[in-house]
Structures are given as C-alpha cells and as structure tokens.
Design a binder for this molecule. Sequence first.
Ligand code: ADP
Ligand code: MG
Length: 545
Amino acid sequence: MTSFNFSTWPPHLIPEQLEALTLAATTYALSHGLLYLPPSQLPSNTQPCIPTTAIHAPLSLIPAPFPRAQFQAARELQSVYNVLYARVAMDTQFLDTVMGAEQGVGKADEFTGTLWRGWKKIREDGVRAQPLHLGLFRSDYLLHATEDRLALKQVEFNTISSSFGPLSERVAAMHRNILASTSYFSASPHLTAENFPENSTTSGLVEGLSKAHEAYGVRDARILFVVQPNERNVFDQRWLEYELLEKLTRWDRHQIHVIRQTIADLTASASLDPSTHALLLTSPTNPSPYEISTIYFRATYTPSDFPSPSYYDTRFLLERSRAIKCPSLPLQLAGGKKVQETLTRPGVLERFLSNEGAKWGARALDLTAHAANIRATWMGMWALDSEDPDIAAALDHLPASGQEQNVPPGTRLALLKAPSLVLKPQREGGGNNVYREAIPAFLDTLPAEEREAWIAMEMIETPRGVSGYLVRASPSSSATDNGSIEKKVVRAEVISELGIFGYALFGEGEVVEREVGWLVRTKGTESNEGGVAAGFSVLDSVVLV
Ligand code: ADP
Ligand code: MG
C-alpha cells in the first residue's frame, strides 16, 4: 500500500472544468435543500418572517481526502463514546465536582454555574418526572501529522445542538452526483464511487428522536424543537422534521409531528400538568395544548440564548417536565470542555468504562478494553489553575522565561508551550478559543479567579499543503453574482474536520445507542475556527484514500 500524498490535492482542473463543476454543485445544492437562509436584513429583535429566498450552503467542490482506516476507526469508536457520555451524564457526583458552582468550573464560569444551579434545585425539589435522557452527539476529529504517521485526534465531543447532519448527507450526495455526471473529468484515480462512503445521517438522527418519542409512550404527543430566533441554518433542522413525519413508529404508520418554538415563545406557551408533569404547549394555530414527548434543543447552548433571567426559568421549567430532554441539563454539562479535560486524567476514563459504569443504570458492560483506543484519540489537556505534580514536573524540563512567575503550574506550562496550544473556555458554537501566539498576552490580562474556567489543549497539527475548492453563495442579490467564477470559487489551503454522529437513549437499564453518520467541514487555513456558519468554512464530504 502506498501512502497518499496530501500536498498533491486537489487534482488539476482547467478553468472550464472548474466552472462546470461549480455549476453542477450549486444547482444540485439549490434543488436538494442544501441551503441556508441569507443573512437577515432585519434587526435581530424582529420576529422571523416568512422567507422568500434561500442561498446554497457554502460547499466544497471536491471531497476532502481522508485515510480509510482512520475514518473507519472514528466510526467504530462512536459506540464507546455514546456509552461513555451517557455514563458521565448519570454520574451526578462527578458532574457536581467538575462542572458545579460550589466545587467545579461553575464557580468561575457564570453560564455553567447558572445551568448547574438550576439542575441542582430541580434535584433538591425531588423532581424525577423523566428518568430517560436522549443525546444526539457529534464527536469531532482532525488528523494529527507526526513524522511517520497520521493519527485521529478528537477536537471536542458535542452533546447539544450537534448540527449539519442532514446537510452533510446532502453534500455527500452532491459529490456522488457530480462524480456520476462528470467523473470529475478523470482528474484523479481516487475519485471513484467506492471511495465515496454512504451518508444516511438524517435517518439515523431521526431514529434517535423517534426512539425517545416511542419510549415516552403517548401516541399523539409531539416533539418540540427549541430554536434560536433568526436561525439561518433552518433547513438542516427542517430535514429532521420532514423525516420524522415519514418515520414509521410502533403505532403503525403513525407520524411524528414537530413544533418549533424559541425560548421566548415558550415563556408564554409552555406549562406543566400539575399531576403528571407532562409538558403542554399551546401554539398560535392550536390554542388547546399539545403534549410534548421529546425536547430537542437547537438553542440554549450559549449565554446569548438567555438575554434575561426569565429565559433560564423557562429552560428549567422544560427540565422539570416529563418530556425526554435532548439533552437534559446533566447531559449538556457532560459536554463541557472541562469534562473532556478531566477524562484525560489518570484512571478517570477507565472508571467510566469499567463495569462500575453499570451502577448509573447504563448496561453492565465492561468497555475497559477500548480505553487505550479512546485515549489514543486525545491530545494533551490540562487546567490553567492546575497544581498537579505531573504538570509541575513537566515544567522542570522547560527553560523558564520570566513571565510565568507567581502563577499556578497549569498556567506556567501554558505560557511555556503557548506556540503549540489552544486555550478553551466553557463555551459552544465557535469563536471563543485563544490560539498559539495570542496566548501569553491573553494570560497576562486573565484575572486569577477566571483561570479555572479555561483548559489548555495541545494543537492538532494537520497535514500541510492540502488544498481544496471552496464555493460560497454571494450573500447579496444574484445580480452581482452572475458569471464571476473567480470570485465564487476559492482555491485555498485547507483543514478538514471530521464529525461522527451518534445517539444514546439512556437512564434506565440499557443504553440504547448507535453510530449514525458523519460530516466533514473544511476551512481555509487562515482562519482558526471551524464553525461553517461563522467564517469562511464549507460543508464537505470525504474521498477515502
Ligand atoms: P466549539 O465548541 O466552539 O466549536 P471547538 O473545540 O470545536 O469549540 O473549537 C473550535 C475550532 O477550533 C475547531 O473546529 C477546530 O477547527 C479548532 N480547534 C479546536 N481545538 C483544536 C486543537 N486542539 N487543534 C487544532 N485545532 C483546534
Ligand atoms: Mg466545535
């Protein structure tokens, strides 16, 4: 087997071929719902109006090369990750210690602390309306290039609002369609159908949602999607809704209906049945309330989703209900970067994977044999406030520079290794990290009491020299967009991030879980962040090499 040379990618195409591929890609995207809403011209507090236009999602013309073995390994690991995070979410004592506002990161991070306090109050009030939790997860990876090999390394594990499942399925279908229609002009021997893996993420995610709906057990109940106002990635969410309507349930061809509401809507529309704790929702079209089986959160992962304290009250009201939460507050907290870091400490992962994990109701299954494979996907991580003797010992091997006096060993190590690190706070959704050379100045101004809110993580060093063709819709009207192929397609050096989707329904007895699909996001190397909606980064698929 010869190894793939990333710096030869992408294959050469003449301008006429690029133009034909761009036409094929954008036309396919527009006709198959691979779409975003355009940036809103309305003030952000305006109620969403009925959209009249959509634009194709930013996309990659040619799939990103990814080693077959690492792709397969990532998919195979997902079931272990599904069970691992289910078990973390069930370990109240662990979450109190790591994420809580009395002992954990919630002391230093107000948002985490507020969510944790809300959860703790519900526990203290003895509310146990729903033992089941649903997770729709996405584990994100980059390839880490060392001298002699490429290793699969985890960026983060998402337990809330794991997006782009349906759109990634459509990008993969788009690449297969372009292959069928153009053969990519025989530009590369790698571009063949057997190197384009299947992607059926939508039905997999819907399987998770419908398993929760069925477990709830009320035939006519509905699923609630909690959404952000002014969401542009609505089609990704709608595809789940459309597929739920077509899903066969155990009630024989019974359809599952979805209601979309924002937290602001829910402040007025949501109530709990006083005796059963069933979540009841009114809507403008239906004043007599619907019962909700499952709450799927595509919002509430970031402080800006809570512009006033009443929004937290509404989130906690939902948590108290008998509906199955995707995710519950403990499962949302389990997705914290601080949990990711804590799992890397000696013995912590092993305890969760051992049979002891069964005490949280998860299946009595010893997964410790997988511990080494899971650990092999992790980069080094530590806390900035760490006083760990191992960290202090690592410092002995590094030359001091002066700036790192009078700070805890975790911060000193971050200063000394800054060029190969990223610092992360307890946030989701992109745009919050501090990279490499920016770290020392950032640490200079970080108040001591906020150190605990951050983790340091070694940078994953992706293969250099790989490029791609990135295509984005002009955000303005099509009048300025026609013809100008040079502006529409950008050839750039890129980094591709693989995400593996899985679901887990757990809380009583067995963890019901499955790996359900994948996505690739590709970004130009000039930007450090990966959020497709935020910067110039595109949806992609893989060509296995
Ligand atoms: P968020 O929850 O905000 O998405 P992430 O941990 O996913 O935070 O980081 C955002 C982006 O930063 C990632 O998509 C990736 O491109 C980059 N990134 C994060 N951690 C690393 C790392 N250890 N090495 C290289 N790039 C990273
Ligand atoms: Mg991320």
